[in-house]
Design a protein around this ligand. Sequence first.
Ligand code: AMP
Length: 193
Amino acid sequence: MKRICVYAGSNVGNSPEYAEKAKQLGEELASRGIELVYGGSKIGLMGILADAVLANGGKAIGIMPKGLFRGEMVHTGLSEFHEVGNMHERKALMAEMSDAFIALPGGIGTFEELFEMLSWSQLGIHQKPVGLLNVNQFYEPFYQMVDHAITAGFARESNKQLFVMDDEPTPLVEAMVGYTRPEMENKWKQLSE
Ligand code: AMP
């Protein structure tokens, strides 16, 4: 696994645990020689993660859309920086460059990126692992929401195998390195009846 794309909050959250685990994830990536692909910001968990990668001799690649975020948010010390035309191009390039995806805790932006990669995996557009770093049980409601969709008949039980989840960076990255996406059953129940 050469590169992992990490989606992360552009805020740090209310508990020091979030920053601590973002830092540990950065150290973990650097120690394994796995390059970081991320949104290129220096603020929030995004910045903490990139700084931890760089401080430990790793490579951090930032991908930013032109003119959308204020200049002072841009991390100017990255190993590589790509400027793209818009959010769609940004997410496409992040996905293309990466062998796997991790979501740290975050807000709407993080959710959007996470759900896009899960949705693409479900459709077979990619077979790459998706991991959730469940710091402080942050992703528990997400898990319940997937369960809820399954109970209500909108998703398959197998959808839970599209991602791995752990509250610690080291076992999470290990699970992702060892992940093989299972063959998915037909998504559309009406077509298999
Ligand atoms: P959020 O979880 O709402 O804080 O948004 C975080 C995600 O949205 C990141 O993974 C980025 O891709 C994008 N994003 C939000 N704010 C910024 C920012 N200040 N700089 C760069 N990307 C950002």
